[in-house]
Design a protein around this ligand. Structure first.
Ligand code: PEP
Ligand code: MN
Length: 345
């Protein structure tokens, strides 16, 4: 249910509503819009009629049901787009934000060189996995805290923000200490305990779509995070499993306009995992922008042939720079913008 407050409702009215919602055994989520405040109430659907009785409280305009299953992630409770401020980088606004970097953090030189290169091309956020979800237990599993330290050093040197994957709730405090954005990978997209854990974090979360989850399930996973009080969730379409084998996954760009319609949360696209092939990362990045994506996350490696993971889908810095130039031009007719590149040395 959503309790829509009158325009002139003040803090006292809102606090009273919040208190009454709690008393009825529901969790209140106040959403302060530019126009008015609404209080979304989540809890046991069966007792929702009790919330209806709050329509007589002072300052309440109406109590209406939320019809969609994603109560907090949906546009019903919050029609305005969510803009997430990551230390000054605004995600979900006019600017198309690009996150770029290696699949895995491998060594100091690799991270620092890649960070400098992606920053020069206009990326705002450095990606790099220190905990890697690998199909084989014999493959490289990540540098763990050593890797996180290298990312932090790259942030220090370049000013880029850091996104890195969290695979297990046991590592939450550790990853929170270093990351600006916590990534939840496709394989953990429906790991509900992990989603609840990051829902209690103060750090923004990027939630990747599971490789066989529907858009509805994807939004329900986001709902788990929001329901714990963390509203700073970025969604990411990264391709789904289909019968097609020419590409690693099938990048479901349908998800972009669908999510934009259903949800106020920013939606990113990962054309690297979505295709598995560096040679089609550029066209699919452009297609993602045309479809309305709020940003991209792209794998870049200084020596893709030597990468310990995902070399085949990683762009060299020069190709990444070219792509960023093309995206910058494409953003203009779309009414968006991409950060400028630094002059080449
Ligand atoms: C990654 O970003 O390196 C990654 C493992 O992505 P996904 O969870 O989408 O497979
Ligand atoms: Mn990868």
């Amino acid at each position: 249910m959503i309790i829509v407050m009158e325009h002139q409702a003040d803090k006292r009215h809102i606090d009273r509503v919040i208190e009454e919602v709690r008393r009825l055994g529901y969790t209140p989520h106040p959403i302060f819009g530019t126009d008015r405040t609404v209080v979304a109430c989540v809890g046991d659907e069966r007792g929702k009629d009790r919330i209806q009785t709050l329509d007589g409280l002072p300052g309440v305009e109406a109590v209406v049901p939320i019809l969609k299953p994603f109560k907090l992630a949906g546009r019903e409770a919050k029609p305005e787009k969510t803009v997430i401020d990551v230390g000054g980088v605004k995600i979900g606004g006019k600017e198309i934000v690009v996150m770029a970097g290696p699949c895995s953090v491998e060594n100091r030189q690799q991270v620092l060189d890649t960070a400098e290169a992606v920053k020069a091309a206009g990326a705002k956020i450095l990606r790099g996995g220190a905990f890697k979800p690998r199909t084989s237990p014999y493959d490289f599993q990540g540098m763990e805290e050593e890797g996180l330290k290298l990312l932090a050093e790259a942030r220090e040197k370049t000013g880029l923000k850091i996104i890195t994957e969290l695979m297990d709730a046991h590592h939450l405090e550790l990853v929170e200490r270093y990351a600006d954005i916590i990534q939840i990978g496709a394989r953990n997209s429906q790991n509900f305990f992990l989603l609840k854990a990051v829902g209690k974090s103060a750090k923004p979360v990027m939630l990747k779509r599971g490789m066989s989850t529907t858009i509805r399930e994807f939004l329900m996973s986001a709902e788990y995070i929001l329901a714990q009080g963390n509203y700073n969730v970025i969604l990411c379409e990264r391709g789904i499993r289909t019968f097609e084998t020419y590409t690693r996954n099938t990048l479901d760009l349908n998800a972009v306009p669908v999510v934009q319609k259903l949800s106020h949360l920013p939606i990113f696209v990962d054309p690297s995992h979505g295709t598995g092939r560096w040679d089609i990362v550029a066209p699919m990045s452009k297609a993602a922008l045309a479809a309305g994506a709020d940003g991209l996350i792209i794998e870049v490696h200084t020596k893709p042939g030597e990468a310990v993971s995902d070399g085949a889908q990683s762009l060299k810095p020069s190709k990444f720079r070219e792509l960023m130039d093309d995206l910058r031009a494409l953003a203009v007719p779309l009414g968006r913008e991409v950060a400028p590149a630094e002059a080449e040395a």
